[in-house]
Design a binder for this molecule. Structure first.
Ligand SMILES: [Zn+2]
Length: 233
């Protein structure tokens, strides 16, 4: 093959590659806040995400740990796995150092809170710490706190104003909370590439794929309200 011919074929390959890449980009579905409706994204402080699943969960073995409490919390977390058809996943690890999400129990409270450490530009969570209130040791209430706090740990920074949503700031004592279509749509938006074969808008828009050197991790604390009893208005 002559030198000229070789150059021609090389540039042809380059051209074809760029065309293929361009059409691939055009086919990619870009998610927006309106991609999965209804949702309450506009009411949130932020919507962030883990880079990949499964998230590694470690239950702190302190004086408040019991296998029963862990089992109930895991059942609460599992509601998200089921609701997302296993797109959201977590695994339990036996070493604290391996954990990305650390969970503790608080016998003095019936509420919960979650701290997320995340990169603001990439909107990416790197670590989360959760406290689950277990006062009274009611199975339903522990599950209610767990499913709600896991929603925060998945990246929902803020609350819904609708009582029917699991991310409403207060659950009702003794009444099983359920993930609503609203709740699910928020998580689908955060992880839209898992649900629509799309691409996440957040990181692309904000950084054009390249986080800046100033993107330092930041910690946010999400504190949830005490539950209400059925008789409350
Ligand atoms: Zn909350």
């Amino acid at each position: 093959m002559s030198r000229t011919k070789r150059l021609w074929s090389l540039s042809l390959i380059a051209l074809l590659t760029s065309i293929v890449n361009a059409s691939r980009t055009m086919q990619q579905h870009i998610c927006t806040e309106d991609s999965f409706k209804p949702n309450y994204i506009s009411q949130l402080t932020a919507l962030i995400r883990w880079r990949e699943f499964p998230v590694r969960v470690y239950f702190m073995r302190d004086e408040n740990y019991t296998p029963k409490r862990q089992q109930l919390a895991v059942e609460g977390f599992q509601q998200w796995v089921q609701a997302t058809d296993k797109k959201v996943q977590f695994v339990l690890v036996e070493e604290e150092a391996e954990g990305q999400l650390l969970v503790r129990f608080d016998p003095a409270s019936k509420a919960g809170r979650t701290d997320c450490t995340f990169y603001p530009e990439r909107r990416e969570i790197v670590r989360a710490e959760m406290v689950i209130g277990v006062q009274g040791d009611s199975p339903i209430d522990i599950q209610n706190v767990a499913v709600h706090e896991f929603g925060h740990a998945l990246g929902i920074v803020g609350h819904s104003t609708r009582q029917d949503d699991v991310m409403y700031p207060r659950y009702t004592v003794g009444v099983q909370a359920h993930i609503s279509a609203n709740d699910l749509n928020v998580i689908k938006t955060a992880y839209c590439e898992l649900f629509e074969g799309g691409q996440v808008l957040a990181s692309l828009e904000r950084t054009r794929g390249l986080p800046s050197s100033r993107d330092e991790p930041r910690k946010v604390r999400i504190v949830c309200e005490k539950p209400r009893s059925v008789s409350d208005k």
